[in-house]
Design a protein around this ligand. Sequence first.
Ligand SMILES: CC(C)(COP(=O)(O)OP(=O)(O)OC[C@H]1O[C@@H](n2cnc3c(N)ncnc32)[C@H](O)[C@@H]1OP(=O)(O)O)[C@@H](O)C(=O)NCCC(=O)NCCS
Length: 199
Amino acid sequence: MDVKLHKLNSSDYRTVASLHCDHINQGFLATLGVPFLTLLYEAIDKDSESVLLVEREDRNVVGFVTGTRGLGRIYKQLLLKPLRLIHALKSCLLSPSKMYKILEVLLISKGSNISSDLPKQELLSIVVNPAYQGGGHAENLFNALCSHFREEGASSFSIVVGSSLDRAHAFYKKMGSIPVKEIQVHKGADSVVYVKDLS
Ligand SMILES: CC(C)(COP(=O)(O)OP(=O)(O)OC[C@H]1O[C@@H](n2cnc3c(N)ncnc32)[C@H](O)[C@@H]1OP(=O)(O)O)[C@@H](O)C(=O)NCCC(=O)NCCS
């Protein structure tokens, strides 16, 4: 096992994007496809206020976790590469509902009522390949993210979890996270917000 920081290549970004698409597939971001998610995870890895940590088995990425102090900067980085972004999103450009949701995501990331009373630090996503679940990889990733946030001086962080992700809820509770409220990230898509205390 190897938790690696900021030393990922484009093939790693694609693997991470595919893991997200295949296993957080009830969320909206997955509907934007692997090319968009590949760009997004590269932007997260390269952002100084965000982190992408991976777990490997035999050099292959089998799981990852991401965290940030501010999503807005990540989306700004994507907007600074408009041609790559348009290319990655080309399958969505003709879908008004997807474009509307993209705007919703951007507006939420600009700092709205959802985040005002929550810790600035946030776990954005975590996935372990099902073939490796139950093997301690998720705990390693979660604990590595806790250490990263502690080094930044944070005392807690938040996690937004889709209501239907039963195994994720069980995992976060097992790791000591406390559910604090329910929100709707998109109309009709209920989520629970957890806070993990780092003290
Ligand atoms: C969330 C995730 C990273 C956790 O990794 P994991 O290896 O499954 O984690 P663990 O096995 O340590 O813990 C999962 C807990 O879920 C529970 N669980 C196990 N199987 C379950 C099932 N089929 N349904 C519901 N809960 C289950 C158990 O309580 C287990 O804890 P235990 O070790 O005390 O038995 C992983 O399940 C995953 O990638 N899920 C899909 C992506 C996802 O939903 N990510 C979260 C997005 S916010």
